[in-house]
Design a protein around this ligand. Sequence first.
Ligand SMILES: [Zn+2]
Length: 215
Amino acid sequence: MVARRAVRTVAWCAVIAGSVTIGCSDEAVRERAGRHAAPAAPSAPVAPSAPAAAAAASASAPAVLAGIHPPSPGSLRVPVAGIDASMLRDNYEQARGAQRHEALDIPAPRGTPVVAAADGRVVKLFNSKPGGLTVYQFDPTERYAYYYAHLDRYADGLKEGAWLKRGDPVGTVGSTGNASADAPHLHFAVFVLGAERQWWKGTPLNPYPLIVGQR
Ligand SMILES: [Zn+2]
């Protein structure tokens, strides 16, 4: 049910106590996204109640997706330096609390360079409680967003509006936000933007096949 996922926003991660399993939970609803977005985007409309937002997004999602062609399988590069696509594990469908993960976790040592998965403009640098240091990048058509979370630091000189080429530095792997300090990783998400191109909101796509290609 694509429409049901339309109101998901950025996701966050944590490690299950006593386990090496990396866990991430999507923030459930736009209500929460609105709260996060408010300080950085004061002109954003106040989110309606969660049920109203969900209903509106569900109704609009098919139209938003119609005619949009996702990045082709295998077209994105692994957004962590030194990690081969064969090393990735698809954890998009994994449960994170009551939610699906809807992102790709890439474990790597703290400080490992995070690089752009594809060309596109940096639209937002955002420090959120769950995601920590995050980067939102739009693809050149501004139909898609790439989301990089739990960064230890941003790349030198990175700023909103900057154009990144595929492979350009974004920052470094870390555990900011609510990720566990002993399991640094990049939480990488791809989502289809709505008509209003709001950086904090979209319909998630599984990044794994977009990086690895068809299985
Ligand atoms: Zn994650």
